[in-house]
Design a binder for this molecule. Structure first.
Ligand SMILES: [Zn+2]
Ligand SMILES: [Zn+2]
Length: 137
């Protein structure tokens, strides 16, 4: 299996990391929890083999939130700017890397839309809306 080296950071730049691991999947998750916690239509996550994240800086800024409901759901984020950061899942058998925490585009494409049944009712009309290079006029 091929190992990829990922490097990423949060928006404010306090947290930086690298991690070397094997990619299992790259998915858009449309579940209710991902929509709520991102405040957006879906979360973009790269799922890899369990691996140790090398925190280059800002480890002290990280906070982990484990959703208390029945559904296993976790978020790790920078407490200064709120950006999602990589985390080991609860079973510690997979690492979840928020795709846009990466500093470079990954050399893989999303291969699943998971929890499609839970997608925002406005998601498809949003994709179909006119595209503007910057703000709309
Ligand atoms: Zn930050
Ligand atoms: Zn989700």
């Amino acid at each position: 299996m091929e190992t990829s080296v990922f490097s990423g950071s949060c928006l404010c730049g306090k947290v930086k990391y690298t991690v070397a691991t094997h990619i299992d999947a790259f998915y858009f998750c449309h579940c209710e929890q991902c929509r709520k916690i991102t405040g957006s239509a879906f979360a973009s996550n790269i799922l890899t083999k369990s691996a140790e994240v090398n925190w280059i800086s800002g480890f002290e800024w990280l906070k982990r939130f484990d959703y208390p409901g029945e559904r296993i759901f976790t978020k790790v984020f920078c407490t200064h700017c709120g950006s999602g950061m990589p985390y080991l899942n609860k079973q510690a058998n997979a690492l979840v890397i928020p795709a846009d925490s990466l500093d470079h585009a990954p050399n893989i494409k999303p291969n699943h839309n998971i929890f499609w049944a839970d997608k925002a009712s406005w998601y498809e009309s949003g994709i179909a809306a006119p595209k503007c290079a910057g703000f709309s006029e």
